[in-house]
Design a protein. Structure first.
Length: 421
């Protein structure tokens, strides 16, 4: 029996949704997986640098060259045996100043006009996430009227700082005025958009909604180990320096807290080379209790959260971080920053401990308290499980998202299609 081809839709005649975003992002994958098994024909157009996991069974357009034929779930921009014209062109593009700069957007335009998706959903605006790339392609190939456009803003990074820059404000405003619906994970983005002149009803009725699509809570085990009974373990899932969060204050906080309480274990994830160099300057006594990892599969992160007493993730700019929902679901005490996107959802001492990212003494104090106060961490775990079931239950969100896409199609006029570029 022949295997299905990439171009064969599993649900002929049912709505087609083309996602555009970072294929390597677990949050992109998690959102798209909300539609698994439902009657939608789903594909992802990966941004040029992104490659999804080999076992992720969602049809994905991938820019990385393939050494074989396209599969049921992957279509490559260049494919075929090594030495074919595709590999030759890719090799030339890497070694010359000419490159193939037009190829990704031309390929995207051809995908849209050939497959004819009913909905085009871009995940993130800036930072190689898909939105600006698609909007430029849309204008260049005159695709403005073809496919219902949904823009999903990324947490706080898309708007929190850029809204203060006149040039960036204009880009954001134009993008949000072009789309039919906006999705985001916090209400602050609604206020920012309204300040830019975007109608509030442009936001989808499901907003705010977790960017990953929420947590799977079909079996919230009542036998989950209470945080006070767990090992003295801290999970730091974002041990890297970037514009949106700083790692060095957390390292200093760990150093400060170390002598005030008995030894504890620290799992540091997504450690970047610069942070690793600073980590090596920590006292050897602390380093013996540290466990360093690069990026690991999401299920391994969940496994660590089930064992951790504390999840520490201070930041300068954020939406509602998915790490917060994850910690809440698995009972780890969250230490996060009191940002405008977070404070409406959770309370100090009831759900989280707040600590500003640039203040290592605040982070250290929160770490010490969470390590010492058994009643606090157990009470927060009970409160957080109820809260995450209310606002981030993936089963509920799955139905809401499916209804959102269906309603978008039923309430909007049918689109026409141009000839392929």
């Amino acid at each position: 029996m022949l295997k299905p081809r990439f171009d064969q839709d599993p649900f002929p005649g049912k709505p087609k949704i083309l996602f555009i975003g970072m294929a390597q992002s677990s949050h992109t994958q998690s959102w798209i997986d909300l539609l698994a098994g439902q009657e939608f024909n789903v594909r992802l157009f990966s941004m040029p640098k992104g490659v999804p996991p080999a076992d992720w069974q969602v049809k994905t357009y991938v820019h990385a060259p393939s050494r074989g034929k396209d599969s049921e779930f992957r279509k490559h921009r260049f494919s075929g045996a090594k030495g074919t014209i595709g590999f030759y062109l890719e090799k030339v593009a890497r070694r010359t100043s000419l490159g193939l700069t037009a190829a990704p957007d031309l390929w995207l335009a051809r995908v849209i006009t050939k497959w004819r998706p009913d909905i085009i959903h871009v995940i993130g605006l800036f930072d190689d996430q898909g939105g600006i790339f698609y909007l430029q392609t849309r204008r260049k190939f005159k695709l403005e009227k073809h496919g219902h456009l949904v823009i999903q803003l990324r947490g706080g990074s898309d708007m929190e700082l850029r809204r203060h820059d006149p040039e960036q404000r204009a880009i954001i405003r134009q993008a949000l005025m072009e789309c039919e619906k906006i999705i985001c994970d916090n209400r602050a983005n609604i206020r920012y958009a309204v300040d830019l002149g975007i109608p509030a009803d442009r936001f989808a009725s499901i907003v705010p909604v977790p960017g990953s699509g929420g947590m799977e809570l079909s079996d919230p085990s009542p036998a989950m180990t209470a945080p006070s009974k767990r090992e003295r373990m801290i999970l730091w899932p974002k041990a890297y320096e970037c514009q949106w969060s700083k790692a060095l204050p957390v390292l200093e906080a760990i150093r400060t807290a170390w002598g005030k309480v008995p030894p504890f274990e620290i799992h540091m994830l997504a450690v970047t080379p610069d942070v690793h160099e600073w980590y090596l300057a920590m006292p050897e006594e602390i380093r013996r209790h540290c466990h360093i990892s690069q990026r690991i599969p999401q299920q391994e992160v969940f496994s660590l959260l089930k064992q951790a007493r504390i999840m520490v993730a201070p930041s300068l700019v954020d939406g509602v971080p998915n790490t917060l929902y994850e910690a809440m679901a698995f009972g780890a005490m969250p230490i996060v920053s009191p940002l405008a996107t977070i404070t409406p959802l959770v309370r100090q001492d009831e759900n989280v401990l707040f600590a500003r990212n640039l203040y290592p003494d605040e982070i250290a104090a929160a770490l010490v308290r969470a390590l010492e106060d058994d009643a606090l961490v157990d009470r927060a775990a009970r409160n957080n499980l109820r809260l995450v079931e209310k606002i981030a239950n993936r089963q509920t969100i799955r139905k809401q998202v499916a209804n959102f896409y269906n309603n978008l199609l039923s309430q909007s006029p049918t689109r026409s299609w141009p000839n392929s570029p």
